[in-house]
Design a protein around this ligand. Structure first.
Ligand code: XMP
Length: 348
């Protein structure tokens, strides 16, 4: 039997290259979605514990993009969009998610009428007949007046089909997110970095969004080096002042503060947004409270720019040309993480 080998973020490292970059200021990590320009290639996930209006505004001001989640009524989602538009002196770049069944077209029309100009067709298994129908319908209704992100897929055939059906950008990765249990429940998926290597072979004019499983700025650099144009993050941006939900003090700790972070297919989330739950494909958890997402994004931006300078690259194109990959052993992966704690057994 022939089967493919598939690597993910912790399996791989980028080999440092000769660099003449003297300051991170020389490094430009900007990218674009159509004519829309972004200073940082980071998008916040359309999840109800990640992106409502406050997160979308903070993402916009930090140079990235936030996608308003769809687990609400059309009126509630429109209100979020209005809040973003009021707070950002709207010049475009307001993004919101829709599904592929039921009222999705009505929702899309209402969002566009409110000022949303980027739609995200958001389903777990995007390489699907219902996605084809939805994308065809949306393109018939709005032609090229709206930018369309769609997903998720994890294969070259998947990204190519979605692009042919009308997607401008595609979210790539199935089941790799920190709160996902899709691979455990269904046995399906593909490691996240391999997904990007495979999808980056596309010859279509389509942007690649590496979605899920991104834990550090180092993972972001790896995704970009493998061919992603943007990354989409949930857990990295959850647990912040701007993410939805209250900060709580975890019982039985010395005052550790946290917020809820949950998969949209978790039992918890399903019960909240549709009053019933089918087999969950996600989990709900607490995530430590991190303060403002603006500071989190500044740290990520610094880390990504430093990453490019290690490859001697001033922008994403140069990174992809100069990149050299090394596969690490499990001992290498252990060495690549901070490991003083495992030696001393104590933390200061
Ligand atoms: P991270 O790792 O950034 O992942 O926390 C966020 C991404 O996970 C996806 N997502 C899910 N996948 N079950 C899944 O299998 C779920 O319940 C679920 N909720 C979110 C989504 O792509 C998100 O951007």
């Amino acid at each position: 039997m022939k089967f493919k080998e598939a690597v993910t973020y912790d399996d791989m490292l980028l080999v440092p290259q000769y660099s003449d970059i003297e300051s991170r200021k020389e490094v430009d990590i900007g990218n674009n979605l159509g004519h829309r320009k972004f200073r940082i290639p980071i998008i916040s996930s359309p999840m109800d514990t990640v992106t409502q209006a406050d997160m979308a505004v903070a993402m916009y001001r930090s140079g990235g993009l936030g996608i308003l989640h769809r687990y609400n009524t059309i009126a509630e989602q429109q209100n979020m969009a209005r809040k973003v538009i009021d707070h950002t002196e709207w010049s475009g770049n307001v993004a919101a998610a829709i599904g592929v069944t039921g009222e999705y077209l009505k929702r899309a029309e209402a969002l566009i009428a409110t000022g949303v100009d980027i739609l995200c067709v958001d389903v777990a298994h995007g390489h699907h007949y219902l996605m084809k129908k939805a994308l065809t319908t949306l393109r018939e209704a709005f032609e090229n007046h709206v930018y369309i992100i769609a997903g998720n897929v994890c294969t070259l055939e998947g990204i190519n089909d979605l692009a042919d059906w009308g997607a401008d950008a595609v979210r790539c990765n199935i089941g790799g997110g920190s709160i996902c249990s899709t691979r455990l429940v269904t046995g399906h998926g593909l490691p996240g970095l391999q997904t990007i290597f495979d999808c980056a072979k596309t010859d279509r004019d389509v942007k690649i969004i590496a979605d899920g499983g991104i834990k550090t700025s180092g993972d972001i650099v790896k995704a970009l080096a493998a061919g992603a144009d943007f990354v989409m993050c949930g857990s990295l941006l959850a647990g912040t002042t701007e993410s939805p939900g209250n900060v709580i003090t975890l019982p039985g700790t010395h005052g550790e503060r946290a917020k809820v972070y949950r998969g949209m297919a978790s039992k918890d989330a399903q019960l909240d947004w549709r009053n019933k739950s089918s087999t969950p494909e996600g989990v709900a958890s607490y995530i430590p409270y991190k303060g403002s997402v603006v500071d989190v994004l500044l740290d990520l931006e610094g880390g990504i720019k430093s990453g490019l300078s290690y490859s001697g690259a001033r922008n994403l194109d140069e990174l992809r040309h100069k990149v050299e990959w090394a596969r690490q052993t499990s001992a290498g992966t252990q060495e690549s993480g901070t490991h003083i704690f495992s030696q001393s057994g104590r933390r200061k």
